[in-house]
Design a protein around this ligand. Structure first.
Ligand code: HEC
Ligand code: HEC
Length: 364
C-alpha cells in the first residue's frame, strides 16, 4: 500500500470516528426529527384584546410545550429539588401562598412570589420592581439566583443537551439542527411562551356583567362604581386608577403607602428606585393584578397582609406618609359598609376557569 493511500485511509477513519462522536456527544445532529411549527390555539380573555407583540419570539404549539416542560422540571435547579413551579403553583394563581419563597439552599428571600396569570400583558417590566424588561429576559434569572434555583446556565445547558428528551423538544420548538444549539436564550424563550398562555378573567362575573350575561346585586354595583369612581354620589375608592381594567393591574410603579419615609433611603426595600436610581422611585412597586386575589394571599411585595380585609384597612385607615406617596391613596375615606361593597365587587374578579386548560399543568 502506498503512503498516499494509507494516509487517505487514516483520514477516512478519522472522519468516521468524528462523525460517530458527533452522534453521541453535544453536537448530535437533530435534522432527522420533523420541524413543523404551528400556532398555539391561544384564546385571550374576553374584553382584553390581543397580547402585546413579541416579534422575536413567535408563539408556537411546540414552543409552549417545551416551556411547559422546563417550567415544571427540577433539572433547572442545582440539586434537582426545585422548579419554577415550586414557587409558582397553578392552584395559587401561580404564587406559592407564602410571604417569602424558599430556594433550593433553604435560604428565604425578602419578596413574595407573584401571580403569573395575565403576566403577558405587562409591558413595562417584570418583578415587583420591573428590573427585567420582558418575560424572555426574566426567565434567565431564577436559574442563577442563589436564593432560587442556584445553578449556572452553562451547567443547565449541558444537562439539557445530554437529556434523552429535551434535544427533540428543542428541535420541534425552534428547528435547531444540533444539540449544541440548545441555549439558555431558547430555554428562556420557551418558558416565556408557556407563561403567555396563563390567562384569566374572561369568565369572571365582572366580564359576564360587561357582556350583559349576568347582573350585579346592589352591593356589587356600588362597589364597582366606587372602584372606578363613576358615581358622584359615592366616594372614590381609587383602586381603578392603579389596578386598571381590563387586566386590573398596571405596568406602572406606585407608592401605595405601605411605609413611612422621609427620604428615599428610609424605605426598607427600595423597590423601583434600585432599578432607575431616581429618588422618587424608591418604595414604588408594581400594581399587580386583582383577578383571583382570593388565591394570591398573603398580599404585597413582602406578604404583610393575610386577608383582603387587612388590605382594605390599609388603604382606608393606615396609609403611611412619604414624599412620593401617590395622591390616589392619600385621602381614601370609606365607611365599613362602603369598604364591604368594594370587597363584594372584588369577588366578581374571581375566575378559576384557567384551571380547565390542561396545558398549564405539569407534563410529568
Ligand atoms: C424560590 C422561589 C421562586 C422560584 C424557584 C422561581 N420564582 Fe419566579 N418569582 C419569585 C419571587 C419571590 C418573585 C418576585 C421577585 C422580585 O420581585 O424580586 C418572582 C417573580 C417572577 C415573575 C415576575 C412576574 C411579574 O408580574 O412581574 C415571573 C415572570 C417569574 N417569577 C417566573 C419564574 C420562572 C419562569 C421561574 C423558573 C425559571 C421562576 N419564576 C422561579 C419566586 C420564585
Ligand atoms: C396609587 C396606586 C394604587 C391604588 C390607588 C390602589 N393600589 Fe393596590 N396596589 C398598588 C401597588 C403599587 C401594589 C403593590 C405594593 C407593594 O407590594 O409594595 C398594590 C397591591 C395591592 C394588593 C396586593 C396584591 C398582591 O397580590 O399582593 C391588593 C389586594 C390591592 N392592591 C388592592 C387594592 C384595592 C382594593 C384598592 C382600592 C381600595 C387599591 N389596591 C388601590 C397600587 C395601588
Amino acid at each position: 500500500m502506498s503512503f498516499r493511500s494509507l494516509s487517505y485511509m487514516i483520514l477516512a477513519c478519522l472522519v468516521v470516528t468524528a462523525y460517530a462522536c458527533n452522534q453521541e456527544g453535544d453536537e448530535g445532529d437533530l435534522r432527522n426529527i420533523a420541524y413543523e411549527p404551528r400556532d398555539y390555539p391561544l384564546v385571550t380573555p374576553r374584553s382584553f384584546g390581543p397580547l402585546p407583540e413579541s416579534p422575536d419570539n413567535p408563539m408556537t404549539y411546540d414552543g409552549v410545550q417545551l416551556g411547559r416542560h422546563l417550567f415544571y422540571d427540577p433539572i433547572l435547579s442545582s440539586d434537582s429539588s426545585q422548579s419554577c413551579s415550586s414557587c409558582h403553583k397553578p392552584e395559587f394563581a401561580f404564587t406559592d401562598g407564602k410571604a417569602f419563597s424558599t430556594g433550593v439552599t433553604g435560604q428565604t428571600g425578602t419578596r413574595s412570589s407573584m401571580s403569573l396569570l395575565n403576566v403577558a400583558y405587562f409591558t413595562k417590566g417584570m418583578f415587583w420592581d420591573g428590573r427585567s424588561a420582558t418575560l424572555e429576559t426574566q426567565a434567565l434569572e431564577p436559574v442563577e439566583n442563589p436564593i432560587e434555583l442556584h445553578d449556572s446556565w452553562p451547567n443547565v445547558e449541558k444537562k439539557l443537551r445530554k437529556h434523552p428528551k429535551y434535544p427533540e423538544l428543542f428541535r420541534k420548538a425552534f428547528g435547531i439542527s444540533s444539540k449544541s444549539e440548545i441555549t439558555r436564550d431558547l430555554a428562556a424563550k420557551a418558558m416565556a411562551q408557556f407563561q403567555k398562555i396563563l390567562l384569566t378573567g374572561g369568565n369572571s362575573r365582572y366580564v359576564k356583567q360587561l357582556n350583559g350575561e349576568t347582573f350585579f346585586d346592589p352591593d356589587e354595583q356600588d362597589g364597582m362604581e366606587m372602584y372606578f369612581n363613576t358615581n358622584p354620589a359615592l366616594p372614590d375608592a381609587q383602586c381603578g386608577h392603579c389596578h386598571t381594567a381590563p387586566t386590573f393591574s398596571s405596568s406602572d410603579y406606585f407608592n401605595n403607602g405601605l411605609d413611612s419615609a422621609g427620604k428615599p433611603e428610609d424605605f426598607k426595600d427600595p423597590g423601583r428606585g434600585a432599578v432607575t436610581g431616581i429618588p422618587l422611585d424608591y418604595g414604588r412597586f408594581k400594581a399587580t393584578t386583582l383577578f383571583n386575589w382570593h388565591l394570591t394571599a398573603p398580599y404585597m411585595h413582602d406578604g404583610r397582609f393575610a386577608t383582603i380585609e387587612e388590605v382594605m384597612d390599609h388603604y382606608t385607615l393606615h396609609v403611611k406618609q412619604a414624599p412620593n406617596l401617590d395622591p390616589n391613596v392619600a385621602n381614601l375615606k370609606l365607611n365599613t359598609r362602603q369598604r364591604n361593597k368594594v370587597i363584594a365587587f372584588l369577588k366578581t374578579l374571581i375566575d378559576t376557569s384557567y384551571l380547565q386548560n390542561p396545558d398549564i399543568f405539569s407534563p410529568f
